[in-house]
Design a protein around this ligand. Structure first.
Ligand code: SF4
Length: 362
């Protein structure tokens, strides 16, 4: 079996480590490029959301590299994600691809389902091998999140442009190559030290902007035209509302073991504006905006794929949140036609607005 899965930020580093520790050959799709986007858009329905198009592009490029089995996550609720496993299978079969698809459905409190699907992918293994693989994968996931948080905090203070990104990329590579949780911890520690030494004074007051929106668009830099890096290089401290390890803990671990309570905080924060689940991250988008306003951040940017229903609902409510709580909010709706230059122009205009609003507040 040569296994592949779609890219989502740096998730592939942890997932590859997990599967390889279980003795499975992993064929990663190459990092996304315009070709990935073109392949995906050409073979997907026009009004499908960007994550589906990017996934199709990833799968086609991985199949070209020799992958024969695709794993993807399923979903429930009003969002289209729940249909995407089947839709993607039909698209790929329709263009003559030869592969096996395994859709990992949300466990909904049924650990037996997860283990059955895990056995289907990995074959029977010793429990100790699963424990070791999960420990390694989890250590990489949490290390990547810590590294990303630090990069977002330090980038506005870097000595010369690109220093933080350079140290960040080099550390990611070392985390990827690490063969044990101990090596992961040491790679992270060295990377954090390298980032800190690349910065001048880090106590000056910089504007803070929160990034909210659909999980794929927030986490995948190619899809969001690298907005975090661009904002950091403009001197903005970026606060991201979703990290991979939090997402896995909330939507996978707590869904498998229902004795662990899911956080009710997003619903409590969003309640004055949105009081029920609308699929995707609609509620979290509103909740994080409220949270960022209460924390005193200077602005919020919502990133959403064109035609994403949960984010359209949130987008309609955000002007009211912005008015009530006095925080500037901008929505970026992106699809395969979005260009980095267009996004940069909008970011520059928003950062100017945020700086003016900071000055007038003071
Ligand atoms: S949340 Fe939106 S973008 Fe994500 S899969 Fe659902 S409809 Fe598509």
């Amino acid at each position: 079996m040569k296994l592949t899965f779609a890219r989502l930020g740096n998730f592939h580093i942890a997932a590859k480590a997990l599967f390889e520790a279980l003795g499975i050959d992993v064929v990663l799709p190459p990092p996304p490029t315009k070709r990935t986007m073109s392949l995906g858009s050409l073979n997907s329905p026009e009004f499908a959301c960007l994550p589906l198009k990017m996934n199709i592009g990833n799968y086609l490029e991985a199949l070209e590299k020799g992958a024969d089995t695709i794993v993807m996550v399923g979903g429930i609720g009003p969002c289209r994600l729940g249909l995407y496993g089947e839709v993607q299978r039909q698209i790929l079969e329709g263009i003559g691809c030869d592969f096996k698809m395994i859709v990992v459905e949300p466990p909904q409190g049924r650990p037996d389902r997860v283990f059955r699907q895990l056995f289907e992918i990995t074959g029977a293994q010793r429990i100790s091998q699963y424990v070791g693989a999960l420990r390694l994968g989890w250590s990489k996931l949490t290390a990547i999140d810590s590294l990303e948080k630090l990069a977002l905090r330090l980038r506005p203070f870097e000595e010369s442009k690109g220093d933080i990104s350079f140290a960040y990329e080099a550390t990611l590579k070392r985390i990827d190559e690490a063969g044990s949780p101990k090596e992961v911890a040491s790679a992270l520690e060295n990377g954090q030290a390298a980032m800190k030494s690349a910065c001048k004074k880090t106590d000056s007051d910089k504007p803070g902007i929160g990034i909210v929106g659909e999980v794929f668009m927030v986490l995948e830099p190619f899809a969001n035209c690298e907005i975090e890096k661009r904002l950091g290089e403009m001197g903005v401290v970026v606060h991201r509302s979703i990290y991979l390890s939090d997402w896995v803990m909330e939507h996978v671990v707590k869904d498998v073991f229902r004795i662990l309570r899911k956080s009710k905080l997003p619903y409590e924060l969003a309640r004055p504006y949105l009081c029920h689940f609308v699929g995707g991250h609609g509620v979290e988008t509103i909740a994080s905006t409220v949270d960022y306003a209460r924390q005193g951040l200077d602005g919020v940017i919502q990133v959403a794929p064109f035609t994403c229903m949960p984010e359209i609902i949130a987008q309609d409510l955000l002007p009211t949140v912005s008015r009530d709580l006095g925080i500037p909010v901008m929505t970026l709706v992106l699809d395969e036609h979005s260009s980095g230059t267009g996004v940069l122009t909008r970011l520059e205009a928003f950062v100017d607005l945020v700086r003016m609003s900071r000055r007038s507040r003071r």
